[in-house]
Design a binder for this molecule. Structure first.
Ligand code: NAD
Ligand code: UDP
Length: 325
């Protein structure tokens, strides 16, 4: 990918300017596309620790997009007097990634969030934090509402991610309350779609690639744990609407259609037309037993709800992975 060295001088002075950390990741790259589509100039930042330059390759030559290769746990300097939005999406997000990168995950959630908030404060930008349903841990309230405080094991292997995000939320609210920064917090539930890494270990790329190769689908535990999967275009629309709203408290964005992981594996086998079987593997430590967003708040405040059904979203995703397997 060619990286623009300087922002083009000819850009419209009235254009909103957005910074997206984690821009080369799955969600960050879709968010960049969405913002460009809404007439923003976008500065994407990434250190490629779990991201992929291919996710931004289609933006080569787009003058409204500029890329900075940078680790956001170090001080962030952007040579623009004005920035309108800082979207902080940088963080390993797959359980396999954050188990392999525990310190980096804690640092990007803490130091990285502090730096991104500092940038927003210095430039007068609105800050949007990509938080997560993992803030609810292994939830005892179902479906999860935003006022549930969660059930997280701070010292378990998943704690590096969950607690980093909980710290990030606390830091975001502190910058809002103490410094008056305009902040938004989106709690993202399991999201899938094109540009996920084939080997990132999350269940959608794992099952789809196994089914396409005719290998057994690796169901962890007995497969009775539940998840609710949101297609990426729905999620990004929800996040965009939140960024335009005046709502400061966390908002769940996800698809409330819940199914067990075993049902999900069977669905993928059917949709791919695969002859694969199902093979049980040990359940990871602290794997949440159930997860489903209550999206009442997003409906009321943003007028948002998902419109892409599971089969439609999976068909698109399977089409993408067919080109990668
Ligand atoms: P991803 O791994 O595809 O993208 C994360 C990006 O952040 C990568 O490109 C990575 O290289 C970059 N990054 C990580 N540490 C960095 C650092 N120190 N400096 C600069 N860049 C860094 O993951 P994703 O699924 O796109 O997730 C994006 C965000 O959304 C994350 O904050 C994640 O916690 C959150 N989230 C995602 C989901 C989901 O289902 N995809 C669910 C909940 C929350
Ligand atoms: N999972 C699975 N097989 C896999 C990968 C994941 O059964 O090969 C399960 C995992 O144990 C969890 C669910 O699928 O219960 C979703 O896992 P993922 O890593 O996608 O995200 P999580 O919701 O756990 O953050």
């Amino acid at each position: 990918m060619r990286l623009a060295k300087k922002p083009a001088a000819a850009l419209n002075a009235g254009m909103p300017i957005s910074v997206v950390t984690g821009a080369a990741g799955f969600l960050g790259s879709h968010l960049v596309d969405k913002l460009l589509g809404h007439g923003h100039e976008v500065i994407g930042i990434d250190n490629f620790i779990t991201g992929n330059p291919d996710n931004l390759a289609h933006l080569t030559g787009v003058k409204e997009f500029r890329f900075l290769s940078h680790d956001v746990t170090h001080h962030l300097f952007i040579d623009r007097p004005r920035i309108d939005y800082v979207f902080h999406f940088a963080s390993p997000a797959s359980p396999i990634d954050y188990l392999e990168l525990p310190i980096q995950t804690l640092k990007v959630g803490s130091l990285g969030t502090h730096n991104a908030l500092g940038l927003a404060k210095a430039k007068g930008a609105r800050f949007v934090l990509a938080s997560t349903s993992e803030c609810y841990g292994d939830p005892l309230v179902h479906p999860q509402t935003e006022d549930y405080w969660g059930n997280v094991n701070p010292i378990g292997p998943r704690g590096v991610y969950d607690e980093a995000k909980r710290f990030a939320e606390a830091m975001t609210m502190a910058y809002h309350r103490s410094h008056g920064v305009q902040t938004r917090i989106v709690r993202i539930f399991n999201t899938y779609g094109p540009r996920m890494r084939l080997k990132d270990g999350r269940v959608v790329p794992a099952f789809v690639s196994q089914a396409l190769r005719g290998e057994p689908l690796t169901v962890f535990g007995d497969g009775h744990q539940t998840r609710s999967f949101c297609y990426v275009s729905d999620l990004i629309e929800g996040i965009y609407r939140l960024s335009q709203s005046d709502y400061t408290l966390p908002v769940n964005i996800g698809n409330p259609t819940e199914l067990t992981i075993r049902e999900f594996a069977e669905r993928i086998i059917r949709l791919t037309g695969s002859a694969s079987t199902i093979m049980e593997k040990p359940l990871p430590v602290d794997d949440p037993k159930q997860r489903k967003p209550d999206i009442t708040r997003a409906k009321q405040i943003l007028g948002w709800e998902p419109v892409v059904g599971l089969e439609e979203g999976l068909e698109k995703t399977i089409g993408y992975f067919k080109t990668k397997v």
